[in-house]
Ligand binder design. Sequence first.
Ligand code: SAH
Length: 355
Amino acid sequence: MSLKGKLIARIHLSGPITVGDYMTDCLLHPEFGYYTTRDPLGQAGDFTTAPEISQMFGELIGLSLAQAWVDQGQPAKFTLAELGPGRGTLMADLLRATRGVAGFHAAMDLCLIEASPTLRDKQAKALESYTPRWLDAVSDLPDQPLFLVANEFFDALPIRQFVRKDAGWAERLIGLDEGKLHFGLGSPGAQPALAHRLDDTSDGDLVELCAAALTVIDVIGTRIAAHGGAALIVDYGDWRSLGDTLQALTDHAPVDPLETPGAADLTAHVDFEPLCHAARAANCAHSKVTPQGMFLERLGITQRAQALAQPLSGAALNDLIQAHRRLTHPEEMGNLFKVLGLFPVRGTPPPGLDP
Ligand code: SAH
């Protein structure tokens, strides 16, 4: 039976499911999950991420984290971690760029948190000259200084959606209509986690909650507060979203999120406000939420592009210019994508970010 068939049977038997339960099954079902069963990245896949556009992305992230490590007195043992490393491209670029940082590689314990066996295999190949270990959950991160990156990881975490009804909220659920998957609404009720959204919404507005993101930030923030370190979180979204941001992509184009469960990528915009609150609740400081273009420019992406351009001409030079533009231009990824840094209270944010 297909995943769609299984979902329909389950809803038939026990009633409508939340958008979060639907996302979890679609992305990570052990047999049919989107990430479990394929490598979705790149031109031949369904979407392209910043590290797959250019090596400059991972290099500059690496130099920012390595400088944060130096600024914190070069702890002799630390975790270098990535959440959702995809093909391992970002980490490979990060490690190559930081080879010259004395002591950095010798001190690192390289940990990857990846749910997909298919992508774990890709990461093992991309990083075969290092000795990464894979962890199943952030809670398995060792108790030591933590330097961490997550690019397009939080957008894959399950969200729940709620529609404002007077002073309460009705959850958007997935049920059946004439045997087909169909969006509907549960009964309205109070939602303490959405109290602050009563100020900027009116009847009928839809807002989203991502509880899993808060758990992840709590664990990372607690490690950084206790042992030192820094985290760079890069994703598309803004301070808080309004409206339905659930998006399904197949072959680089949007599709109906209920049409092909398990065969399309499902994401939602990341709300950075609750991430900042979760960091502060864990006694961890956070930077301003900074547009990706500004972050990369501050780290010298244009100078790096000029250096890489030196030996190039023709199509290769044009590709490099296009890559620089895609990563930084406000009409491309430069503004839609944001960077949030976490760092110890009384410390400074990783380079590229303001406190
Ligand atoms: N960071 C990579 C890949 C982004 S795609 C890049 O920028 O190219 C999202 C990644 O997160 C994939 O590697 C996916 O398998 C992983 N992922 C999604 N949900 C996860 C979860 N709950 N736990 C661990 N990994 C997850």
